[in-house]
Design a protein around this ligand. Sequence first.
Ligand code: AMP
Length: 466
Amino acid sequence: MLDNLKESCGVFGVYAPGEDVSRITFFGIFALQHRGQESAGIATADGGKLNLHTRMGLVSQVFEEDDLERLKGHIAIGHTRYSTTGSSRIINAQPILVKGPWGPMALAHNGNIVNAMELRADLERQGAEFQTTTDSEAIAWMIAFAPGKTWQERLRYAMARIKGAYSLTILTPDTLIGVRDPLGVRPLCFGRLNGGWVIASETCALEHLGAQVERDVRPGEVLIIDSQGLQTFNGATSERRAGCVFELIYFARPDSRIDGNLVYQSRETMGARLAIEHPVEADIVTGIPDSAVAAGLGYARQANIPYSQVLTKNRYVGRTFIQPDQRLRDLGVRLKFNTLPEIIKGKRVVLVDDSIVRGTTTPHIVSILRKAGAAEVHMRVCAPPIRWSCHFGVDMATRSELIAAQKSVEEIRVKIGADSLGYLSVDGLAASVGGDDKTTFCNACFTGRYPIPVQLELDKFALETV
Ligand code: AMP
């Protein structure tokens, strides 16, 4: 895994009178750190006013004890962000604060919507004063300006107009709101904590807090939590679902459950299917840590070849330390992975990874294994060839940068220097995650079949992805 590509964001929310909600949120977004390492923020409400603290950096760097003390109240939301290189600015950190006719509101967004430009033009005419170029701000103003007497009416109005991927936590002076878009692209779940409620991108965040996981927020569902308790309703409907299959392949933590899939098990099954689709004579199987370890184990078990963890990752080499220029990016792989020549020497190795995107990481890892004496290196990949860019929240690079949009599988094999290369098929992937791509998942990055129409040139004018 390399730092030139970006992860999705993490969102969190808690409603818990009498509890230290800023600290709960700190630990919640700390558990979602893998979803975004560029900036972090928390907003709290005490029934009257909103407090906000955002800063660039990792969650543990962003908040001092004093900051958490200042963030008073009984409701809080939090966000961890990872964005495109050009937008690595504090102004784009979330939660975002806006003020509409119904009062102030803070919002945290994970996803990417496809009609932000249109919405923005309309909202500016209505008087919204945009501070950033993010699509998240367009969502915030859309909700803040939505007509209606209740949050239910306003959210239905806004959700009918916002198109794309949005898992949201929203804070008003006295209410916590959770929203998942009708396609269900990004994950969102909720649970109970000490008589209160928590909402998070992934179940791992709830479990670290000792919360009792209730269930996933359903596609199109809205949760409203206030002094009356929890109320849920359907804010918008869609004929299909489009859960991002890349969450299961790479993004989410293996211990999270998304829409009924334990991520670890999905990855193990992908690995086992890879072994059926692309068998090879070999001595050891290894998965590239951390995201491909479960898939490597699945491959090894199915193929009946021993698994050896011959790559070790330095977990502390984060984006913070590596600037996006090619020389440092190359060094990044060296700094990130080390290997075990004593175990590898003379062996035929099956190397399992979750994905090849630009094709920067793989040649380096193949070469590290060869230098350590591997007799053969057979690359196996859980994600089918990635040929289309994502418009729903994964900053996957533009089409021109995607190696599989430019080269055939054989050309990629030559470029990465492997003895053989096998990708999981689109059908094999769908079967691994228990769904069919037409009704359950979004797999547009492999097929170009987007769940809703997108402007393919959006890349050029992109609003920033979160
Ligand atoms: P690349 O070097 O461009 O082919 O990137 C592939 C590697 O990056 C794989 O090892 C993945 O684990 C990791 N990866 C895949 N997608 C992303 C993403 N959107 N952000 C960060 N890393 C990613």
